[in-house]
Design a protein around this ligand. Sequence first.
Ligand code: MOS
Length: 733
Amino acid sequence: MKFDTPAGANPIDKMTVIGRPTDRIDGPAKVTGTAPYAYERHDVAPNQAYGFVVGAGVARGTIRSIDLADAEAAPGVIAIVTAENAGRLGKGRMNTAKLIAGPDVQHYHQAVALVVAETFEQARAAANLVRVDYQRVPGRFDLDAELERAPLVGGDSNEGSAAPPVDEVGDFEGAFAAADVTLDERYTTPDQSHAMMEPHASIAAWDGDQLTLWTSNQMINWGVGDVARTLQIPKDKVRLISPFIGGGFGGKLFVRADAVLAALGAKAAGRPVKVALTRPMMANNTTHRPATVQRIRLGAGRDGRLTAIGHESGSGDLEGGQPETAVAQTKLLYAGANRLTSMRLAVLDLPEGNAMRAPGEAPGLMALEMAMDEMAERLEMDPVEFRVINDTQVDPEKPERPFSQRNLIGCLRTGAERFGWDRRNAKPAQVRDGDWLVGMGVASAFRNNMTMTSGARVTLEPGGRVIVETDMTDIGTGSYTIIGQTAAEMMGVPLEQVEVRLGDSSFPVSAGSGGQWGANSSTAGVYAACVKLREAVAQRLGFNSTDDLDFTGGQVSAGGRSGQLTDAARDGAITVEDKIEFGDLGEKAQQSTFGAHFVEAAVHRMTGEIRIRRMLAVCAAGRILNPKSARSQVIGAMTMGAGAALMEELAVDKRFGFFVNHDLATYEVPVHADIPHQEVIFLDEADPQSSPMKAKGVGELGICGIGAAVANAVYNATGTRVRDYPVTLDKYL
Ligand code: MOS
C-alpha cells in the first residue's frame, strides 16, 4: 500500500481496541522469566559452546603478533578466532569500525579474539592467557583540542537528505549584532552509554552454509545485511531471530562483535557457540552517544521575539563516522528570521560514536533549552511565555512548508496549568523548604516523526485466530501489543484472538525499532496487510463490494449483508502480505512531535545534593495507540534524561584513549529513589498525514528537552548556572 495522500476515515478510527491502555501481551512471559532472551536459548541449538571476547588493550596501533599457545592448551578450549584465522572479512554498512581488530586496532576494546570453550569459565580463563603484542601509536582523544582543527560537515537533514555544512537563512551575524538582547554561551554534553539491561548477546549455529543467529537486535534486516557483508556470504544464508530484547536505545541498531564472532566461533568449533559481551566490555567495544561542544547565540527584541538564532555544534568520531546532529531541532523549533546552524566533526580514536535515544535532539535540546531559559531571564519574561511567542506553524527555514500538526503551545499551557507553574518564583534561589532550595524548570520537547517502509504477513486461521508475522522488534516498547491491537481492530476480533510473531528475518521486512519510527510505521504495515486480508475475506464470503466493509465482533458486513469471519477460513487459512510505503507527504509538510517538560528540583543548601521532586511531560504526538505503553516510553525517556542532566558521563582517559567508568558501578544511571514522581499527559491528536494509523512516535520525544528542564529547575533553585552536563554539585558549590 502506498501512503501518499492524507488518511481519510478508516477502521482504526473506531478505536475500540486501538487507543486503549492495554497491558502488554508479552508482559506475563517477561515477568515470569519465560520470555527467552538471546543468551538463554538453550532450546534452539544443542551442544552450545561458550565464547569469550578478548578486547584490544590499546586504543590505536597495530597487532604485531598474537600468542595463542597458552590459551589453546588451557582446559576446555575448543577454538580461538582472530582476524588472522577468520578468513576474509568485510565490514557492515552500519559499522564505522571493523568488528574484529587486526592488524590495525581502531579503538580500545575492539575485539581481538574470541576464545571458545566448553564452559563460560573456561573460555574466560583462557581468554586471559591470550598474549597480544601491540605496536601502540598516539591517538586523538581530546575533543576540545581536536575541534580546533575539525572541518565543518553536513549531516542528515530533517528531510533525510544531506544538509549543507553551514545552514544560513537571512543575515544571522547582522541580526545578532543589532539585537536588543543577546546571549552567546557555550554548552557541553559528555559521552554517554546506552547502559541497557541486557548486554549484546548472540548464539550462532551453522547448518551447512546456512547461519542462524539468535541475537538481540533492533533492526533485523539491517543486521542480516551487515552479517552477510562482514562474513562475505549471501544475505539469504543468514537468519536473525530476536523476539525479545532487553533494551537497546540505539546500541542494538547494528550487529556488533558478539554476533559476528559467535558465527565465526561456531564455524571454527563445528558446533553452536554463544557469546555475550560482559558489562565492562560494552562501553568501549560497542557504540556510545558522542560528547558535544555547542555554541548558542540568540538575539531578540525587547518584545521577546527572536530575531537571530545561531547554533554551532562540534562532536567527534572515528574516521568515517558521523557528527552528532545536535543542531537538528534548532532548524525547526522556534520562529526567527535570521538563522545559522552548523556542525564540526573531529576525528577521535575513541570507541565508535553512534545513535543513542533521540540522537541529535537529546543533547541538542539540553543546550538549546537551557539557552532559552537564560534568554527568558535576560528578557525578564516567563520562560513558558517566551517559548509561546516564538512558536511557528511553518518550517522556519522554508515558510511555504507547514507542520502537519504542531501543538507545542498546547503542551506548554496545559503543562504550566497542571504543574502549578504560577507558583514558581522567577527570581532564583528564593524558595526554601527547610535546608532545601527549591526551584522549577521548563523546556520544550521536539523530535521528528520519521516513517519507514514496513511489511507484515497476516493469516486468518480456521477457527478465527489471526496471526501477524513481521520482523519488527519489541525492545521493551510494546510493539507486540500495539501490533496485536491494530490487527484486532482491523479484523474485528478481540485482542486475545490475535497472535503476534516478531523479530525473525524469515518474516516480512519491517521498519524495525529506531528513531521513534517503529510504532507508527510497523502498525501501518500491519494495517496495510489487514486491508488486504479484509478484501480476501470479503471475497471468500461472496461479497462483491469492498468499499464499505465492516468487521466487528467476528461479523463481516457489506452492502447490507453480513457473514461470519470464521466462515471465510472454513476451508483453509487465508494468508496475505503487504507493506506500507510512504510517499512524499513528509516532504510537503514537516512531521514532528512536540512536548513540554516541567520539573521541580530541590538542592540541599549545605551539601549541594540535588533531588528531583516532580516531573511532568505533556506530549502532542498524533494518535496514541496505547496510552499505557506510550506512557511507559515517555517516563522511561524522562528517567534517562534525568540521568543525562545529573549523573551520566563516560569519563575519557585522554592519555590512553578509553572510557574509564565502563560498568554500572561507576557509570551512574538513575535508580527509583532518584525519580519519586512522574506524570505524563497526551494531548488528543490524530495526524492524517503521518500514516493510516494517524500516529507518531513518543519513544524518543520523552528524552528531548527533559535534561534542560532539570538543569533549569536546579538553576531556579540555586541561582547558579552550570552549562557543562552533567550538572553535579562540584560544579556549583
Ligand atoms: Mo534509536 S537511537 O534510533 O534506537
